[in-house]
Design a protein around this ligand. Structure first.
Ligand SMILES: Cc1cc2nc3c(=O)[nH]c(=O)nc-3n(C[C@H](O)[C@H](O)[C@H](O)COP(=O)(O)OP(=O)(O)OC[C@H]3O[C@@H](n4cnc5c(N)ncnc54)[C@H](O)[C@@H]3O)c2cc1C
Length: 561
């Protein structure tokens, strides 16, 4: 059966317009159901659930006899966890009455993904742009989006988990299939019978058997080795800060290389929905933002070397050299360190042994849709943990947010605290720590040991644990002459000359480190705001400062002549 596109509106003419557009454009791949009453719609959604049918999208008008549109859409999500939901509004109505508040409130309560303007005359491309955005999100969540890479393995943990991480870091949609499941057996028989597991099956038919990280990234389209060794700027780190520097550097005609030890996007790829980044009113997933930024840098001519650790940085004459983990090195006139931060580990042995099998570090962006009807836990008290709990609450039956502090307000933005309070299937446990856990017979996490502030321990059932307990900067490879501040964050500007190690007569530029010509941006920088927008801003500012630095160097060498 084709997945269902569902619309409900008491206004007959408006409903017919929606039906016309949906049938005209989507009826070959989807089944379109349009109903004129909320009661009938709820009965039909329940029947579809009972029949095991997939509902991809539900569109509903703002009000019905006996319930509001957001209420109907909230209930639709309880029945069809993966369905995307849009509130149908009349063109221009955002200026009237309470429509703006209704949309804001419904998004905050996660009753809707976004609003959709009712279609006008056919074909209404604005309407279709909204619908196709919804359908792409649904396809990602259902793991049926085009170009999904499949990993087949005997177990969730170990090598299969590492492969999942590599694909995640390259922002490649992927799904995991147990070899002993019907789908797994079929794929093994079709593609790699007798070959060692894990198998990785690409949409173009390529099959890799137990590939190395490099082979996997390369097959997924990531460039591994730079085609030259000398650049104007080398950027270490391909997260938001590094990608922004790459866009500005390359667009201003500088030969620019980005080196990253994984793929693109950095920490942002674990964020399911970034809602506070300028220009994305419905929010944007970190993966999508990274893909778009990578593409933008690439079309400007930036080069990339993925799966390489930068291991050293030093100056020799007017060149700065960056050593790479394969033993090679690249050089540039200026270097931008955009190395971000890595999640702190919990350090509980039983939990660490289950990473990949129910235990995950970082946001649940790619795992959340697989938690339908499960009971899961999130550990952490900052915005990222709050965001993760809300994302999971859309799918899981119950989400427990375990926070070590005794109030949420200590670490979380007000809007997230409000959303958590308004989400009925989220429970917040303050003063709580995870001290252990165990797996079921299938090897997947099934229970957690929690300790409350009064020291009392308790074992609770859990099908998933998402850990976001802070992050440390990736700076332990930097040379001693590069000044680090509290917690190992990189000092820049006035901070970088405060310990007396700055070697020049001029003061460092605002994002310059204590090594002249080496700049630091984003989360790894001492005093950074730890936000995507500020990382992106710093990336662009750093390129401007590189121009200033090069101009100063050139005028100095002219003076010497
Ligand atoms: C779950 C989650 C949700 C979030 N949600 C939001 C949100 O809604 N809004 C918001 O504004 N911010 C959010 N953030 C914060 C945001 O993601 C970060 O502020 C941002 O990613 C920082 O960007 P960056 O480029 O400085 O560092 P990172 O994103 O950490 O990227 C650094 C990159 O450098 C690479 N690297 C490190 N060391 C080396 C080395 N030696 N050699 C080569 N490569 C190296 C890393 O592998 C990584 O790819 C969230 C973070 C998380 C974890």
């Amino acid at each position: 059966m084709n997945p269902v596109l569902f619309a409900v509106d008491e206004d007959e003419a408006a409903l017919r317009a929606v039906e016309r557009e949906l049938i005209d454009r989507y009826s070959r791949s989807y089944r379109v159901i349009c109903l004129a009453s909320a009661e009938e719609a709820m009965a039909e959604l329940e029947a579809l659930k009972a029949a095991g049918e997939d509902v991809a999208l539900v569109l509903a008008a703002q009000s019905f006899a006996g319930m509001t549109g957001p209420e109907l859409l909230g209930r639709a999500r309880e029945l069809h966890a993966h369905a995307q939901r849009g509130l149908l509004i009349e063109w221009g109505s955002w200026g009237q009455g309470g429509t703006a508040e209704e949309i804001f409130e419904a998004m905050a309560r996660r009753q809707i993904e976004y609003y959709v303007i009712r279609p006008s005359r056919a074909p209404d491309e604005l309407f279709h742009q909204s619908v196709s955005t919804f359908l792409l999100e649904w396809a990602h969540a259902k793991r049926v989006s085009p170009h999904t890479v499949q990993i087949v393995s005997e177990s969730w943990i170990g090598r299969a988990q590492e492969l999942k991480e590599v694909l995640g870091r390259c922002a490649v949609p992927h799904s995991f299939i147990l070899a002993d499941s019907p789908q797994g057996r079929a794929l093994v028989a079709e593609t790699g019978d007798g070959e060692p597991l894990p198998l990785v099956v690409f949409p173009n038919g390529t099959v890799l058997t137990n590939p190395t990280n490099l082979e996997l990234a390369s097959a997924a389209g990531a460039t591994i080795d730079p085609d030259r060794r000398d650049f104007d700027i080398v950027i270490v780190g391909g997260g938001p800060a590094g990608l922004s520097a790459a866009v500005y550097g390359a667009s201003e005609g500088m030969r620019t290389l980005v080196v990253d030890n994984g793929g693109i996007g950095g920490q942002a790829t674990s964020s399911s929905l970034i809602r506070n980044y300028l220009g994305f009113p419905r929010g944007v997933s970190g993966r999508r933002l990274a893909e778009a930024a990578y593409e933008q840098a690439w079309v400007f001519g930036a080069k990339f070397a993925f799966m390489h650790d930068a291991t050293a940085v030093h100056r020799d004459g007017d060149r700065i050299y960056v050593g790479l983990s394969d033993g090679g090195k690249v050089s540039a006139r200026a270097v931008i360190l955009a190395v971000g931060a890595t999640y702190r580990r919990l350090g509980v042995e039983e939990i660490e042994s289950l990473v990949g099998a129910g235990v995950f570090y970082g946001g649940p962006a790619s795992e959340a849709p697989t938690t339908v009807d499960e009971s899961v836990h999130v550990v952490g008290g900052a915005n990222s943990a709050g965001q993760a709990a809300l994302n999971l609450a859309e799918y899981a039956r119950r989400v427990t947010l375990a926070v070590r502090a005794d109030s949420l307000e200590q670490g979380m933005s007000h809007y997230l605290v409000r959303q958590l309070e308004a989400t009925p299937n989220v429970e917040v446990r303050l003063g709580t720590e995870v001290i252990g856990g165990s797996a079921g017979e299938d090897g997947w996490l099934r229970s957690l040991d929690l300790r409350a502030g009064d020291g009392e321990a308790e074992t609770v059932p859990s099908d998933g644990l998402f850990l976001m307990i802070g992050a440390d900067p990736n700076t332990n490879w930097l040379p001693p002459e590069l000044t680090l501040g509290d917690g190992g964050f990189i000092c820049t500007g006035a901070d970088a000359e405060s310990d007396g190690s700055w070697p020049l007569a001029r003061s460092p530029l605002s994002l310059e480190t204590s090594l002249p010509g080496v700049f630091a941006v984003g989360d790894a920088r001492h005093g950074s705001m730890r936000r995507v927008a500020s990382a992106v801003g710093e990336g662009s500012i750093a390129v401007r400062l590189v121009h200033e630095f090069l101009a100063a160097e050139e005028s100095q060498s002219r003076d010497l002549v």
